[in-house]
Design a protein around this ligand. Structure first.
Ligand SMILES: [Mg+2]
Length: 263
């Protein structure tokens, strides 16, 4: 039996030809950058409207996993603030939903540029093991910043297919929790949904995996909670994507170091 060096995907992923990864919270801890930027955006806006101050809990309740303008609308609605929707071409100074979304993006880009982002080591290990095993991988993100985030994290070369918020808008694909962006990525990889895995950390994301009848929906618990992710469509929940590597990797490594397993 040929010896395969390095980590490999666990048997949980057997029969799955492609793995479709959400970006923010799955591959990169982008939430830290986003939360910083959302707070910088909304703190003065909510103060100007005399509304309850913005807190990080608002991020998880109203913004996480949604297309940006939907997140702005949802947060404003939670405070009873109604602004015109506006247009995506609105300037960042405009007092519209789109204007605020564009303003947040400018803040985010600046924070990303100055601070960068380090990907989750366990996620990178799984992606590399999948690629080494000949599986296909893609990124499916609601974000319009997926490309600069992948670049800041040093992950660009690993993903030939990226379906992000810009692609979705250009093709008129509805965002998560609709399954369309995931189905589009699977189609681009030439893999049927039943042989593809969706990996998500947000309620709306696992819901889109379930709605698309994908072969497996994996929830990554970065704070949403395992029970919540399962309730919204995850088949299983892990704390770290390294949990989807074969269990005997450490044994293999130890054996190799010990020299007890001939290569
Ligand atoms: Mg996410």
């Amino acid at each position: 039996m040929p010896f395969s060096p390095g980590p490999r995907p666990s048997s949980t992923l057997d029969g799955m030809d492609a793995v479709l990864f959400d970006l923010d919270g799955v591959l990169t801890p982008t939430a830290v950058v986003h939360m910083h930027a959302w707070a910088r955006l909304f703190t003065p806006v909510l103060a100007a409207h005399g509304a309850a101050p913005y807190s990080d809990a608002d991020y998880f309740a109203f913004i996480d996993g949604k297309p940006r303008y939907d997140g702005v609308h949802s947060l404003l609605a939670s405070r009873g603030i109604e602004l015109p929707w506006g247009d995506p071409s609105d300037a960042p100074e405009a007092e519209t939903v789109c204007g605020l979304g564009n303003r947040k993006n400018a803040v985010f880009t600046e924070v990303l540029r100055t601070e960068g982002v380090t990907p989750y080591p366990g996620s990178v290990a799984l992606v590399d093991a999948l690629i080494a095993a000949g599986r296909r991988v893609a990124v499916v993100s609601s974000s319009r910043n997926a490309v600069p985030v992948l670049a800041a994290a040093g992950l660009t070369d690993r993903f030939g297919v990226v379906v992000d918020g810009l692609v979705a808008a250009a093709r008129a694909l509805p965002g998560k929790p609709a399954p369309d962006t995931y189905l589009d990525a699977a189609a681009q990889l030439g893999v049927p949904a039943e042989r593809a895995v969706v990996v998500e950390d947000a309620e709306s994301g696992v819901a889109s995996g379930r709605a698309g009848d994908f072969g497996l929906v994996v929830g990554v618990d970065r704070g949403a909670g395992a029970a919540t992710l399962i309730a919204h469509g995850a088949d299983l929940v892990v704390q770290d994507l390294a949990d989807l590597l074969a269990d005997d990797v450490e044994t293999q490594t130890t054996d190799t170091i010990d020299g007890s397993t001939p290569l």
